[in-house]
Design a binder for this molecule. Sequence first.
Ligand SMILES: Cc1ncc(COP(=O)(O)O)c(C=O)c1O
Length: 605
Amino acid sequence: MEILRFERSSRTDSCYHFFQNSLRAFACEPMLSRSSRTDSRALLSALPSPVCFLSLVGLETLNSTQNTKNEKKKKKKSSSKHAKKMPTNSCTKNNPSISLESYGHRKSTATLYRFKRGLLVNAFQTRFDFFDTKRKKKTKKNLIQKRAYAARAINETNDTEEHVLSRSSASTSEALSLSDEVRKEFPIIVNTKNEQGMAVIYLDSAATSQKPTKVLEAHSNFYRQSNANVHRAVHYLSAKATDEYERARAKVGQFVAARSDREIVFTRNASEAINLVANTFGEKFVREGDEIVLSVAEHHSNIVPWQLLCERKKAKIVFIKLNENEELDLEELEKVVNEKTKIVSLPHVSNVLGFTSDVEKIVKIAKKFDAKVVLDACQSVPHMPVNVQELGVDFLVASGHKMCGPSGIGFLWGKYELLEQMPPWMGGGEMIQDVYLEKSTYALPPGRFEAGTPAIAEAVALGAACDYLSAIGMDRVHRFELELGAYLYSELSKIKGVRIYGPKPETALGGGRAALCAFNVQNVNCQDICTLLDQLHAVGCRSGHHCTQPLHRYLDCSGSARASLYIYNDARDVDAFISALKDVLSFLGEDLSSPDVAFSASVAH
Ligand SMILES: Cc1ncc(COP(=O)(O)O)c(C=O)c1O
């Protein structure tokens, strides 16, 4: 049996009190000892990824209560000999150790979540009488707040008028109109309530966006009315499907102002699009000793494909850092780009820092040495007008699922003259011109890069997403998000001990920050913040490294909490998030009275 102890590190101090109380609530005394961070990490790494430190307490305690129930049942039914066969890892006064064995790595995430939820409800609602006097008062207060939020949240889904009227003072005409217009078109945003009946507030659109009805319909209508394979047969349905698929390509092309729809290659997602460039352009043009320039702020998808290429080619990656505003340091870029540089691949908008890169300057620097520029536009294409011709880059990648489209579809835009020079990456049907037993010749782009049956319905739905966003107007989307992003930043920065990563909205390049904030609160674990935001307030934020481990290391933290917004969010969602966060922090024993300037201002590099 694997026995783990709760360990106490400076990072989890505040949570420790909470855990202790939770465990006491079940008449359990945790074994606590001062320990190194390594031990804590070992504990965390032993858990399935979505399960945090907090959840472990919950799960184990639930497990023990369930075991006790089971034991009672079994005792009734069978002999005491049989009962002895029950797991001996229950968390009781006499055996306070925490074991992962009984639920460990075998239970699904969904099960874990259900367990976690059930337990927390117990921990907070039914057993707070075990808490010490001070905690008791606080808990009662928090429960009252929790119920108030729940009541408000439930009203919210039923009463959109009230939602509009009681909006925060930060709302302006732009914020008011756009969110109100579109919100009702996202069924999941309007209808979703959690198990306690609270309306879910979705603040994780940087990970994936929700989908409007028009996109959902385009997807299902394809299967209802047009389904057949594309580019293969002469019959009616095949022609119809091919037509819709190619029309979707044209829509995506128009969305990013490509010169021709033949410059759009459909991929599964942005990661695949970057891998495609690395395995085709990179494979052909990068040689031993060449250099590829990236930044410390890259998503893993814009690091790992280049690492694999550089390993194969004995080439080198050079990383630029951030400047004092936590934007890309383009002065450093100017210094590192030289005749050895073959590719410069950088984010258009950072998924953690919220900055927008000065692409014009990046292109100017790269072009001095004829290096090709790849733009990771995952966080820009859904949120602002993107014109590949004006940007002047060579390749651009984006994912459909972040721009109201379905998952399983993304795209690479590339200058046609470059695509033409690139060899195929994956072989299979439809990417060929002629196949002989000895060798094959290949189709022209984009077909050359789309081996096998593509994600047809997904492409069609992505086309519908482009139509949907174009009808709103990407200028309008961008203005709305700049405003909402600035409001989020300003409200969050008022909370004591909060450190928001990335530039301030007023000094950020491109007229402001993206509508997202990744942050930490001094001495509080980001995973615990997000778990409690979800469980007490139904606010869905993401915690962790957001696929940017090197960036988090650079920022001297192992992860952060992130709230990311989109067109269906509004100032009221921001208000709900801020109140929920304050409540969570005060529950965890944080003093919220005045901003902690030292921590908030610290730039850890
Ligand atoms: C900046 C950035 N680049 C790349 C990706 C990878 O996108 P996907 O997982 O859809 O391939 C993401 C996704 O979060 C991202 O935010």
